[in-house]
Design a protein. Structure first.
Length: 321
């Protein structure tokens, strides 16, 4: 744990104390406001080493990103008023929050990264890149024609900020995009999830960008998969449990559908899980949001949120918004 110097000279009872995951943010983004005590915990160092008096004062906590178990610190923060998550999905954090603590998510931080990764998965699957890699390693030279993203009809299911970022990239690749969200928004040409049975038979690629909620768990199941045409591609960059794994395995095993998945159910995926060897399935280990663009964007959000908190201004990204 590292503490930045208190701009007022000492951390006292009138100081706003915040806990962030990275040191030296003030060096990169400007001095903290007067009266702010900024402390650092990366989630990896033992929390037993954190001073009790500091934890007792912390009122804003920015959770370390992608550190399993970091939420264990919550019971040790009695003065906590707000939590800033750097993940867009916060469904697993919600039931752990003490009463009266506001939650803010990382909406927007992962849009570019996740959209890039989804596009990469689509292009890899459509242009048979895994096969070309295998041929390279085996010394084969066996060219053949492939599918294309251009002129494909792509349903973006869970059309929010990430979906919009993906749409911009898909349109640049000359694809036709169908927007699907929980509720229809006719003024934005967004279809409701309830319309999927009518939409899916005309879809070449279905991209899931869904959070995990009671309403979305298992939302894309056997019925939805069966509605897709032969050879369609299913892409998941949202949450693994929104897609029925067993139903997908049946379709992929029969050679009828293909899949490109950054998230799975279960996760992490066991080494011997049949998804790993299913024909036409491409897997990445939940890395869509973890590109080089994340850290600079996350730092800017953290600094802005701390400054807002110190000034008594409402924080951005309130959840639910």
């Amino acid at each position: 744990m590292q503490q930045t110097p208190d701009p007022a000279g000492a951390v006292g009872r009138d100081t706003v104390d915040v806990l962030v995951p990275w040191p030296d943010l003030d060096r990169r983004h400007g001095a903290w406001p007067a009266g702010v005590g900024v402390h650092v915990w990366d989630g990896l160092t033992p929390d037993a080493d954190l001073p009790h008096e500091m934890l007792r004062r912390v009122s804003l906590w920015v959770l370390p990103y992608a550190v399993p178990g970091a939420e264990r610190l919550l019971p040790r923060l009695p003065a906590l008023r707000a939590v800033q998550s750097l993940s867009a999905g916060v469904e697993k954090l919600l039931p752990l929050l003490p009463a009266g603590v506001a939650l803010h998510n990382g909406r927007g931080l992962h849009d570019a990264s996740t959209a890039e990764h989804a596009l990469g998965l689509i292009l890899a699957a459509q242009r048979d890149l895994p096969q070309w890699v295998a041929d390279q390693r085996a010394g084969r030279w066996e060219p053949h024609f492939t599918r294309s993203l251009a002129d494909s009809r792509v349903a973006v299911i869970g059309y929010g900020s990430i979906g919009a970022a993906l749409e911009r990239r898909l349109l640049a690749c000359e694809a036709d995009v169908v927007r699907v969200a929980r509720r229809a928004r006719p003024q934005e040409n967004v279809h409701a999830v309830a319309e999927l049975p009518a939409l899916l038979p005309e879809v070449d690629i279905a991209v899931l960008v869904l959070p995990e909620t009671p309403a979305t768990t298992g939302l894309f199941g056997a019925e939805e998969l069966a509605a897709l045409p032969d050879g369609a591609l299913v892409v998941n960059v949202g949450r693994g449990r929104t897609l029925d794994t067993e139903a997908l395995l049946r379709e992929a095993g029969a050679g009828r559908l293909r899949a490109a998945l950054d998230v799975t159910d279960p996760e992490p995926l066991p080494a011997a899980h049949p998804l790993r060897t299913a024909p036409g399935v491409l897997l990445t280990p939940h890395v869509a949001g973890g590109s080089a663009s994340f850290r600079p964007r996350a730092e800017r959000l953290v600094v802005e949120q701390v400054r807002r908190f110190a000034a008594g201004v409402p924080l951005s990204n309130a959840y639910p918004g």
